[in-house]
Design a protein around this ligand. Structure first.
Ligand SMILES: CC(=O)SCCNC(=O)CCNC(=O)[C@H](O)C(C)(C)COP(=O)(O)OP(=O)(O)OC[C@H]1O[C@@H](n2cnc3c(N)ncnc32)[C@H](O)[C@@H]1OP(=O)(O)O
Ligand SMILES: CC(=O)C(=O)O
Length: 539
């Protein structure tokens, strides 16, 4: 089986993406995860450009990595000086990294217009810089910046820059589509041509690498065709983070190479860590995970259409290109106005409902869900309320409390903040509870008052429950302030998160419905001795 070496540049090119920043400690934690997943090279940063990156290399030097070699990045030495005098190259040596990656110019436009130096001088800078790190014992990768653009405009000169890196002793030559504008057929043709250029000037085994950017939404495709043309090292970042539109996303490239093209990249066991690593990196970078991200996103194996769900229950391959567990993901099914009997059956099974045995009419449940969705409910984002609805529709609902009435008042006096009060009357197991409370707003007052009433019976059970998100959406703006609104509440305790929903023309009533479902959901889990959330059950 042919193998591909994975070169991760999340910690260098990934951090050139907008909003992405890691401390040295963050970088170390991410590096450990990447190493644990079997990545072959981890580019930790540019030690001569940033103190934070230099600190990372100091920390990394004290670690033992099982799989990965740590790479330090820099540019060729400056025109008019020597490698020995070049601070950037010397800091790479000081960094203690076993691999040095040098970026150099291959596009004549950049040599003459950006560096403003003679073309011949650039060739010397490339060869001398590579030779200097090589002479000092490093494994040296040469990143040929703008290689494809350069080759398209001046193939002879671009090829000469590669020969210069080979003459300097480079172990790997990485062809970069720096501006992300190249198309797959160009990448394939040019990579094939460069393989011949390298083979014609040396007998040394030299790896070709590929480094692509996503400006034409082709970074993954371009990496794949480069591999077909002979590249054996693929550079990329976790989640595709990187400069402008990002870099090639390793969370797609790895499973494509391994599962669809038969290349050995990492072990099967490590491939199953892919989703966790993706989430870990987004969490550490403080970036919201993208649900639709192929392979590792929450929606990557989520089915909504009734026909799809019916089919995957019969044969998962019918609507899934791979088995989700291979990349650590899982199948999910949503209930919505596009649901059929299959969605309900699947969801009931997922939520642990004994619906099958009790002979309930699935068609009736589907119709009820569709009618409620028509009225504005959206159950694919409110698993907590969906569970309660399904309990109701299958005569399994055991209310932990029932509302008798509530009254909410909001007071505003000139130059004073608003004050909200709620009075609530509920029935808990035949006992009437009446309480009143204040809040920062009307929903907060209702929340406080309901907690107070329930606390008289369910002592301290609701203490760990917090509302973490509260969203209001106007369903049809044409009705102005009389429009129906949908309220979505996300609640959590120490262990789990659940979502509930309410719909009404009255924002307070919609909020009440979502709030009441949230507390009912939590109390039912406790009183049934089952403190397991919908989310957990779905895992
Ligand atoms: C394609 C890539 O992603 S390459 C990586 C790009 N990443 C980064 O730029 C992030 C880290 N960069 C930095 O911290 C800074 O830009 C530094 C420390 C590298 C340089 O900072 P400064 O000296 O202030 O220069 P500045 O950022 O303005 O860059 C322009 C200089 O780099 C030179 N330069 C640009 N590319 C190269 C190259 N491949 N080799 C040598 N010098 C280069 C330019 O000629 C210019 O030199 P001059 O100041 O003598 O005219
Ligand atoms: C080296 C690099 O990051 C690039 O050319 O895009």
């Amino acid at each position: 089986m042919k193998s591909i070496r994975l070169y991760d540049t999340t910690l260098r090119d990934g951090t050139q993406g907008e909003k992405i920043s890691f401390t040295a400690q963050d970088k170390l934690k991410v590096a450990r995860k990447l190493d644990d997943m079997g990545i072959h090279y981890i580019e930790g940063g540019w030690p001569g450009a940033s103190a934070k990156d230099f600190d990372f290399f100091q920390l990394a030097a004290k670690e033992t990595f099982q799989h990965a070699r740590i790479a330090a990045f820099c540019a060729t030495h400056k025109h008019g000086s020597t490698p020995e005098d070049d601070r950037q190259l010397n800091v790479v040596l000081e960094s203690g990294a076993p691999v040095g990656t040098i970026v150099g110019k291959t596009w004549d436009l950049h040599v003459t217009k950006i560096l403003g130096i003679p073309l011949e001088a650039n060739l010397e800078m490339i060869e001398n810089s590579v030779a200097y790190l090589k002479k000092n014992g490093l494994e040296v990768h040469y990143d040929a910046e703008h290689f494809f653009d350069g080759y398209k405009e001046n193939p002879e000169y671009a090829a000469r820059t590669i020969r210069a890196a080979v003459a300097g002793g480079a172990d790997a030559i990485c062809l970069c589509d720096t501006n992300g504008g190249a198309l797959p057929h160009e990448i394939e043709e040019i990579t094939t041509a460069i393989r011949e250029v390298i083979d014609s000037c040396t007998d040394r085994p030299i790896h070709i690498g590929i480094h692509t950017h996503n400006d034409s939404n082709l970074a993954v495709a371009n990496s794949i065709v480069a591999v077909r043309a002979g590249a054996t090292i693929v550079q990329g970042t976790i989640n595709g983070y990187g400069e402008r539109c990002g870099n090639a996303d390793l969370t797609s490239i790895i499973p494509i190479l391994q599962l669809k093209m038969g290349y050995a990249c990492i072990s099967e066991e490590n491939l199953a860590k892919l989703q966790k690593v993706s989430l870990y990196v987004s969490e550490t970078a403080n970036m919201t995970p993208v649900n639709s991200r192929p392979f590792v996103g929450k929606s990557a194996f989520t089915h909504k259409g009734g026909l799809h769900v019916d089919a995957i229950m019969k044969e998962p391959r019918s609507y899934e290109h791979i088995t989700p567990e291979l990349v650590g993901n899982r199948r999910r099914v949503l209930i919505s106005d596009m649901a059929g009997k299959g969605n309900i059956r699947y969801k009931a099974r997922e939520l642990g409902f004994p619906v099958d045995e009790n002979g309930y009419d699935y068609a009736e449940i589907v119709n009820t869900v569709k009618r409620l969705e028509q009225e504005g409910y959206q159950y694919d984002v409110a698993d907590g309320s969906l569970r309660i609805l399904m309990e109701k529709l299958t005569d399994q609902f055991q209310p932990c409390f029932e509302l008798e009435s509530f009254r909410v008042t909001v007071e505003k006096e000139k130059d004073r903040p608003c004050r909200s009060h709620a009075m609530i009357k509920i029935n808990v197991e035949g006992i009437e509870e009446i309480t009143a409370a204040e809040g920062h707003g009307p929903v907060s007052a209702l929340d406080n008052s309901l907690r107070k009433a329930l606390n008289n019976v369910y002592r301290n059970v609701l203490d760990p429950v917090h509302l973490v998100d509260f969203k209001v959406r106007v369903l049809d703006g044409r009705d102005g302030t009389g429009a129906k609104v949908r309220v979505l509440i996300e609640s959590r305790d120490e262990e789990t998160i659940w979502s509930t929903i309410g719909v009404s023309e009255d924002i307070i009533e919609a909020s009440w419905q979502a709030l009441a479902d949230s507390f009912q959901y939590k109390l039912a889990r406790i009183t049934n001795g089952n403190n397991q959330s919908v989310q957990e059950q779905g895992k």
